[in-house]
Design a protein. Structure first.
Length: 339
């Protein structure tokens, strides 16, 4: 028996003295109200109404039960109201700045469709961690190493010109002593200014002989992209970002780099609920579903394989893996020159 529904019918009929009018006020049909009151009478073991053709009058037992029935109906209404308010309570989530506005809007829309009212806070990695620590958000997409990540995407170097090769080797950015012009730079956006990405790049910079100033952390993605678009510099980014900016993306020749994200929650969060309902939407927003372009280039001293660039082992060279080869006259030919 629906006890709350039966009590609602009982209270409504008692207040109006009629099954027909009381049922209409309770938004149910007269037969339904009659059945529910009859079921309640059977459940309680006593008659609640004296029924006539014109009126329904409370019995003494019905009068004794009315107050408790009203309290039950009010409690059920409060419970329903609180449940609705809880469903509509904003679920604050800190997200990285790499997500485009359209992706963020789609994430919010997908959340509403699944009963989660997302309120997004866009912030760089360190600030997202702080927002979570101070419980200003219920959860955050934290930047983590790939082996700790629920979502990850490859990073590579993107420039305004097509390099004509499958990979760009950082060593080819080295400026020789007699080389004219300005040294080319690798721009790092704030999202990648984290130890598990920045430190390997710094070690690689030093190992191949680049100058310290050739690895630059930009204040924001817009500034970094502008520098790349008006020069021969390159941007460390994902395939999706390169496509959005109109840049030519290639994996890094010497090292497989990737961004990793994990959903972490504060004490009041429920990450499993969000991950289960919105995992695919978060993946789309982060760009992890975007595959890198496929490259094919043949010729002496160049890559001959085809790679998609969607993972750390994709797009691997078909040769021995060395960064240069010797031509027939004994001279060195840079394999990944990006002129």
């Amino acid at each position: 028996m629906d006890l709350v529904g039966a009590c609602r019918a009982f209270v409504s009929v008692s207040e109006r003295g009629s099954f027909t009018v009381g049922a209409a006020a309770a938004r149910m049909s007269q037969p339904v109200a009659s059945r529910r009151v009859a079921a309640l009478e059977e459940h309680l073991g006593e008659q609640l109404f004296e029924r006539t053709s014109r009126r329904a009058t409370l019995t003494p037992f019905g009068r004794d039960m009315l107050s408790a029935a009203r309290a039950l109906v009010r409690a059920a209404e409060v419970l329903h109201h609180e449940a609705e308010a809880a469903r509509r309570k904003p679920w604050r989530l800190a997200v990285p700045g790499i997500c485009p506005p359209a992706g963020l809007a789609r994430l919010v829309a997908d959340g509403r469709g699944r009963g989660i009212m997302l309120e997004l806070r866009v912030a760089p990695p360190a600030e997202r961690a702080e927002l979570l620590h101070t419980q200003q958000v219920r959860a955050a997409l934290l930047a983590v190493p790939p082996d700790e990540a629920a979502w990850s995407l490859p990073l590579g170097l993107a420039g305004a010109d097509d390099p004509g090769v499958n990979r760009v080797y950082v060593e080819t950015l080295r400026l020789g002593r007699a080389s004219p012009g300005t040294a080319r730079r690798v721009w790092i956006q704030p999202e990648d200014d984290v130890p598990h990405i920045r430190d390997p790049l710094t070690r690689l910079r030093d190992a191949v002989g680049l100058r310290p100033a050739q690895l630059v952390v930009a204040p924001d993605l817009t500034s970094a992209a502008a520098e790349v678009l008006c020069s021969r510099d390159v941007l460390l980014c994902s395939p999706a970002q390169a496509a959005e900016l109109g840049l030519h993306w290639r994996p890094v020749g010497e090292s497989a780099l990737s961004r990793g994200f994990a959903l972490a929650s504060a004490a009041t969060g429920d990450p499993e609920r969000v991950r289960a309902r919105l995992g695919d939407a978060i993946a789309r927003c982060l760009g992890t579903e975007a595959a890198a372009p496929t490259y094919t280039r043949t010729g002496a001293g160049t890559d001959t394989g085809t790679g998609t660039g969607t993972g750390p082992n994709s797009g691997r060279d078909s040769g021995s893996g060395s960064h240069s080869s010797r031509d027939r006259t004994g001279g060195r030919t840079e394999r990944a020159a990006t002129s």
